[in-house]
Ligand binder design. Structure first.
Ligand SMILES: Cc1cc2nc3c(=O)[nH]c(=O)nc-3n(C[C@H](O)[C@H](O)[C@H](O)COP(=O)(O)OP(=O)(O)OC[C@H]3O[C@@H](n4cnc5c(N)ncnc54)[C@H](O)[C@@H]3O)c2cc1C
Length: 406
């Protein structure tokens, strides 16, 4: 019996190797471009003990082990062709305790998190992809529609249980293993140990109004200028993301979409500030009065498995308004090469509670680069920010209202 099979025989879960019928399904991550990566084995953990055993196996044999939560890492870091994928997907129990504290096992996906917390009248500021794992999201920071109000997902983390590379199982928080706890809040997954569960402080689930405003092609630069002068300083309870989309054979699309924890009239009066600045006719679609969890479900992005194989992206953080020259260069870059399929330019306003945590309090916040004075140069990738928080699947119970922008 080989060493891998030895590991398999000790597990409460299972170890799948090439040639076994379920190996192919188990090895494939959520992101299409990494579907052809073949690990030596996939360990599907059934218990925390399985995680401890697999990490001890890695330590004793020098085998590379990569943890996988939801398998949606854009960089493919939960796949390996040299080692073993440690799939935590079966560890997904969520319990809500007194004072709204939620303990979430690290294989849980966001759709399940929303649903279970909703049953308790609570929620978390997490992201929009329902199949995204809470593990990768939290360990990388976590942006979402409630972020301007409550901060990054990792800002709500109060403790975590982690299997360290030496095989020890530890609880960490602000007092126990504080350096590890600092890094777990946003410094990225898979490097410091394997998290088996997270404890979060939840917030009461609000009702929200979802909106989507579209503008005609010619106004992209003007809408961007209006958005830049309005969105970063808008109240914390509104998140309005701007996306410019180009696709061969289609006109340029400019959309501002998001949600406000306000009723529809209060939301519209805020949006009027933006539309007055952009000064153009467009169309506004709103869905009002939804619990936050339902709103998330209605605007969730398609499952990552549907994403195009060649899809890729990059992001930058800016601490001040982009000059017109930069916006022009970005739009030129987006529109000149029409051979490259569908492409997006997205803007998120990360003000509000995102900025109310000290920059050295957690592992997530890089220093802000200066806005370049001229057209953007090729720069080293910093950290990837999420995909645009838009979608178009209104639930039947909340029919969208179509309005003309002033
Ligand atoms: C459709 C889609 C929608 C998205 N929406 C948002 C959004 O709204 N907001 C946002 O902020 N981001 C969003 N993202 C980005 C997403 O948060 C990241 O890609 C995240 O890393 C995915 O987490 P995962 O657990 O699914 O991924 P995985 O690939 O499983 O893991 C990501 C990284 O974390 C490590 N890791 C996983 N589990 C553990 C563990 N238990 N212990 C230690 N390390 C671990 C992995 O090894 C890998 O390095 C979205 C991505 C997609 C594909």
């Amino acid at each position: 019996m080989g060493v891998l099979e030895d590991l398999g025989s000790t597990l409460d879960g299972e170890l799948l190797t090439p040639g076994e019928s379920r190996y192919n399904d188990a090895r494939r991550p959520g992101i299409a471009r990494f579907r052809d990566v073949h690990p030596r084995a996939v360990v599907r953990c059934a218990t925390v003990r399985d995680v401890v055993r697999t990490v001890a196996f890695a330590r004793d044999t020098g085998t590379q082990v990569v943890p996988r939560g939801g398998g949606h890492c854009f960089a493919g870091r939960s796949s390996t062709s040299d080692g073993v994928v440690l799939d935590l997907g079966r560890l997904r129990t969520i319990s809500v305790e007194g004072h709204g504290r939620a303990v979430i096992e690290s294989g849980a996906r966001l759709g399940q998190v929303y649903d279970v917390l909703h049953q308790h009248g609570q929620t978390l500021p997490v992201g929009c992809g329902l199949t995204v794992g809470v593990a990768g999201l939290t360990l990388g920071g976590g942006l979402g529609l409630l972020g301007r109000r409550h901060g990054l997902t990792c800002d709500s983390l109060v403790s975590a249980q982690v299997v360290l590379p030496d095989g020890r199982l530890v609880d960490c928080d602000a007092d126990r293993e504080p350096d590890l706890f600092w890094a777990l809040r946003g410094a990225g997954g898979g490097q410091l140990g394997v998290v088996t569960s997270f404890a979060f402080t939840t917030v009461p689930e609000p009702h929200a109004t979802h909106f989507e405003a579209t503008w005609p092609e010619a106004n992209a630069a003007e809408v961007i200028a209006a958005w830049q002068s309005w969105a970063p300083d808008a109240p914390d309870d509104i998140t309005a993301n701007l996306t410019v989309t180009t696709e061969p054979g289609h006109p340029l699309q400019v959309v501002v979409s998001g949600a406000a924890v306000r009723d529809v009239d209060a939301t519209l009066s805020l949006l009027n500030q933006l539309t007055a600045l952009a000064d153009h006719h467009g169309e506004l679609r709103v869905m009002e009065g939804m619990p936050h969890s339902e709103l998330k479900r209605s605007i969730a992005m398609p499952d990552a498995r549907e994403h195009h194989r060649g899809a890729s992206g990059r992001s930058e953080l800016f601490s001040s308004t982009l000059p017109d020259t930069v916006v022009t260069a970005l739009l030129d870059g987006l529109t000149t090469d029409q051979t490259r399929g569908r492409r997006h330019l997205s803007f998120f306003a990360l003000g509000g509670a995102y900025n109310r945590v000290d920059s050295d309090a957690t592992g997530v916040r890089p220093s802000h680069p200066e806005v370049p004075a001229g057209p953007p140069r090729r720069r080293r990738r910093r950290r990837r920010v999420d995909r645009p928080l838009v979608g178009d699947r209104p639930p039947t119970r909340h029919r969208p209202r179509l309005l003309e922008l002033p």
